[in-house]
Design a protein around this ligand. Structure first.
Ligand SMILES: [Zn+2]
Length: 83
C-alpha cells in the first residue's frame, strides 16, 4: 500500500494551493485591504492614483476600492481596538 502515499501527498498539495485564491495585483494596482481581509475578490484591485481611496493602517498607507468599503472597515478596527 506504500504506492498510495505520493498520490495522497500530491492531492494535499494541490488542495492547499487552491486555498489561497487572492491574486497578486497587476503593475500599477494595489489590493483593497478590506476586501482582501474579507475574501471579497470581486473588487479587490485598486488603481494607484492620487484620487484612489486610501487608508492609514498601523502607520502605513493602504489602498481601498471605495469609501463604502473603507469606512466600515475602519469602524470595525476602531471598535476592536476599544475592547
Ligand atoms: Zn474593497
Amino acid at each position: 500500500m506504500a504506492w498510495r502515499l505520493p498520490l495522497v501527498a500530491m492531492l494535499l498539495i494541490g488542495a492547499a494551493s487552491c486555498a489561497t485564491p487572492i491574486p497578486a495585483p497587476r503593475p500599477g494596482y494595489a489590493l483593497c485591504t478590506p476586501c482582501a481581509e474579507a475574501g471579497d475578490l470581486g473588487c479587490i484591485e485598486v488603481k494607484m492614483t492620487p484620487e484612489a481611496v486610501q487608508l492609514q493602517l498601523d502607520g502605513q498607507t493602504a489602498w481601498c476600492c471605495r469609501e463604502e468599503c473603507r469606512d466600515p472597515f475602519l469602524e470595525d478596527r476602531r471598535a476592536a481596538g476599544r475592547r
